[in-house]
Write a protein that binds this ligand. Sequence first.
Ligand SMILES: Cc1cc2nc3c(=O)[nH]c(=O)nc-3n(C[C@H](O)[C@H](O)[C@H](O)COP(=O)(O)OP(=O)(O)OC[C@H]3O[C@@H](n4cnc5c(N)ncnc54)[C@H](O)[C@@H]3O)c2cc1C
Length: 433
Amino acid sequence: MSNYDVVIVGAGIFGLSTAVQLARSKYKVVVVDKFQIPSQLSASCDYNKIVRLEYNDEVYAALAVEAMGYWHGESDKFLPRGMLHDCYSHCGRLSAIQDKNTSRYAFDNDSLQLLQTKFNKCKTVELHKELTCGGKFPQFSHSQRYDEIRYNPDCGIGLARDSLVTMKNYAESLGVVFHENDGAVSVSAGTVQCESGRKFLGHKIIVACGANTVSLLPMYGQIRATGLYVGHIQLTDKEYQKLKDIPVVFNSSLGYLFPPDKHTRILKICTSAMSAYDDMSNKSRAVYRALQPDAAPSVPIEAVVRIRTVLGKYLPDLVFDTKRKSKLRDIIDCKICWISDTSNSDFIIDMIPDLKNVYVCCGDSGHAYKFLPNIGSYVQQKIEGRLAPILAHKWRYRESDWNGTEIEWRVEPEKKALQEIEWYQESYGTPRL
Ligand SMILES: Cc1cc2nc3c(=O)[nH]c(=O)nc-3n(C[C@H](O)[C@H](O)[C@H](O)COP(=O)(O)OP(=O)(O)OC[C@H]3O[C@@H](n4cnc5c(N)ncnc54)[C@H](O)[C@@H]3O)c2cc1C
């Protein structure tokens, strides 16, 4: 048994960011994770994630503007200046403008207005009728033309895995101990028990297990595990050279694609407006099938159809095989990636009632990656009892509040139980969930 000031369970965005801030304040910290970091189960273990500023809520807009200072390498209050700058590319974002009657349209407009008036950001947003933006991005010269497109240069992507490893290395340099490949099986006041039987004692315990949080703590339906679909295509060197400087292309009702990864030449595509849940477990628990490789299908067939639709619309040259033009190109490394949703997409950062000094940080709702540099500082303020009341209230542990509220910025009509899915069989590589 080992004694710590704080035991953190889960080394995703919340866990790593918090470990760093606590260690900077000289806490003795251990981080326990079920897998090696970056964990294959972490929603943030990926090639890249969007780092955007657009929020119509002043709290998150301020948080995003603050975080951007670290991605840009300018700020130094929470991290050494420039530490995450190499894990970031300021590529900009092209967004398809949605139907003007949708809540998504209102969200985008309100967000830009807030950022421009209160934060002096996103002042150079441009509107276009076609994806090349008047020749700025010739890579899209074959794209379809019937969307209205917004180009926001004030946006980028974080290199997800690299940024997690950078944070872990920095935490280690500050004295944080990492205990990997040994998941927590139970948490009580003062103690975390692991699969191996190892116990960690801590004055405070923070559980930050993303979609798997409900396996350790009583959350009473406050969070739901939502599975999002991701697929990739392998580019040739020539294609990579052509596409390496594209911005993110985002369509909230279809899907989005990213500039390709420079090490692997892989281009990632995510679907929007479709997701999975696990019908076996009250719709709240993620099924980590990576633990059962034989039962590891990839994504639903319709997600692959959707991925090809996104490609066909924006990068049609990538739909067919480079050698056999009649053959569709393989969509590879398809997976379901789990997030922990709250009804209104507010995080939960609070002490668990009746579990003294046990805190939960979850409810990322698919938008927490960008806060890797700074969210830990707010978790620290919470456990030290000095979090601003407005934030403490916003991120409070609340009795189940799923009352039909929809996450306004996420278009999500198609939800499917895992048990009903017809899985896509990849012809390349090993499928996994
Ligand atoms: C497809 C997809 C796209 C996304 N795109 C964006 C984006 O563009 N921009 C953005 O800002 N956000 C994005 N997100 C959201 C972002 O990835 C998440 O908000 C963020 O990763 C949540 O962090 P977390 O710490 O709550 O959980 P996670 O990152 O999931 O980390 C949880 C950790 O807990 C560990 N764990 C689980 N169970 C146990 C256990 N029993 N014991 C010990 N450890 C355990 C896991 O191994 C993992 O390391 C996206 C998410 C997905 C799925």
